[in-house]
Every structure is written in C-alpha cells, then in structure tokens.
Design a protein around this ligand. Structure first.
Ligand code: SF4
Ligand code: SF4
Ligand code: FES
Length: 235
C-alpha cells in the first residue's frame, strides 16, 4: 500500500516549522519508525529527518512523537492503524524542539531531580506490586503531552514524575517518605485534575489511576492522619 507521510521539519527552535511530504510503498505491518528509516535512506540521505530512537522495541521511550494528533512511540505505531493512508508526524509539543522530531525533554528529568526521586537506604519490599508497575515507565513524556494541567515551567510535574514518585513512596524508608509526601503534595496532588487522559495514552500501559490512588492515599491521608494524631483528640 502507498502511504503519504506529512512530516514537520524545523532545523532549530528559532526556525519556523514547515511540512515536508513523502510517499512510501510499504506493507501494512510496517511501523512508523521503519518508514522514517526508509525515507531517510532511500529519499533524503543528504538531509535526513532527525528523530530519536534506540531500542525500536517499545522499551526506551526515545521515539515518542505526535502521530496524527496523538502522542505515540514511532516503533509501536503500525501503518494498518491508519487506513486513510495519511500519517502526520510532529514533535511532542510540550517540550522545546531541538531539530525536526527531536525535543528537549530535560525539564522532565529536572523535575525528577528536584523531587529527589532516588532511593536513599534499603528498599522496603512490602509494596512490590506498585513498584513493579511504576518501574515500567519509559520516561517518554506522552502523558505530559495530553495532560491539561501540565505546562513547562509550572509547579505541577505531571504523571511522568508521579510514576517514579509512586515507586519511591512505596519503597522508601520511613524517613525519606516524610519528605516525599510534602513534595508529592506540592508538585502533584494539588495540581492534578484527575481527568486520567494520562492513563489512556501511556504506551507502557501503566495503570496511572492505580498509582494515583495509592500515592494520594499514602501522601495525603497519612499526613492528615498524622496531623490529627499530633494535635490530639478533638472532643
Ligand atoms: S507514565 Fe507512561 S506515558 Fe508517562 S512517561 Fe511513563 S511510560 Fe511515558
Ligand atoms: S489525571 Fe489528568 S491532570 Fe492528572 S496527571 Fe493525568 S492527565 Fe494530568
Ligand atoms: S525506539 Fe525505543 S521505544 Fe521506540
């Protein structure tokens, strides 16, 4: 089948983006990632489209981009999912464009750093199930793309940070938990509108709703409970 690809191109963030169109004769099971590789090698070897990839197996999150208006992994999007035969590729819109389909996702990693999202001391093992679910996050940023409450520079960090935070809340020693509860409340609980668009879009199929409920319960209700215990019975 013949597929038309409309690809947004932009040499740098200061340049105005434009669309370049290509036609590719392909089989229906080819991925968008394969089409990009073919276009680059067969049609424009001297001016290849810039895009990120590593595993090509839905494991690294590098190839996240907007495909026909929806954030997806290029190695996971198949031609047969687009029966009209037209596929539009754009970079993720919540991050600055570096070049063509490559964006700078460092804001996401900066938020993880700000949250102190690493384990101090021995991991507790009692909530392995939550930890496993959270460990599948690819840090692709697709959830931030669809989140109505996330914008770069804001205080709300979004699901890409909630997920590792949930893992830490589940695994951390009690002392580290106290600090995390505060950070979680400030950068996630207060800003999340619970629309759950992040759950439907996650290419790793992470049950973000479950992590949300679990972390809210731990970070918010435990804090309230502790406060009411500290201030004694209110008769
Ligand atoms: S939660 Fe899902 S969509 Fe968000 S960064 Fe992790 S893998 Fe990507
Ligand atoms: S539930 Fe809605 S507001 Fe909260 S992180 Fe997910 S998409 Fe954003
Ligand atoms: S290249 Fe790793 S997820 Fe697509």
């Amino acid at each position: 089948m013949i597929i038309k690809l409309d690809i947004q191109r932009q040499r740098s963030s200061s340049e105005k983006p434009h669309i370049q169109s290509f036609s590719v004769d392909t089989d229906a099971l080819a991925s968008v990632a394969e089409l990009l590789e073919r276009i680059n090698s067969e049609q424009i070897p001297d001016d290849p489209i810039q895009w990120e990839r590593s595993c090509k197996q839905k494991k690294c999150g590098a190839c996240a981009m907007v495909i026909n208006g929806r954030p997806r992994l290029a190695c996971d999007a198949r031609v047969n999912e687009y029966p009209k035969g037209v596929i539009k590729l754009e970079p993720l819109k919540k991050f600055p464009v570096v070049c063509d389909l490559i964006v700078d996702r460092s804001i996401m990693f900066g938020h993880l750093k700000k949250l102190g999202a690493w384990l101090e001391g021995e991991a507790e093992t009692r909530d392995n199930d939550i930890s496993y679910e959270a460990s599948r996050c690819l840090q692709c940023g697709c959830c931030l793309e669809v989140c109505p409450n996330f914008y770069p520079g804001g205080e709300f960090f979004g699901t890409a940070v909630l997920v590792p935070a949930s893992r830490l809340i589940a695994q951390s020693p009690e002392e580290q938990k106290k600090r995390l509860y505060g950070e979680y409340g400030e950068h996630f609980y207060r800003g999340c509108g619970k629309s759950l668009s992040c759950k439907d879009i996650c290419p790793a199929g992470i049950d973000t709703e479950r992590l949300l409920v679990n972390s809210n319960a731990a970070a918010v209700w435990k804090r309230k409970y502790r406060k009411s215990k500290d201030s004694g019975p209110s008769e």
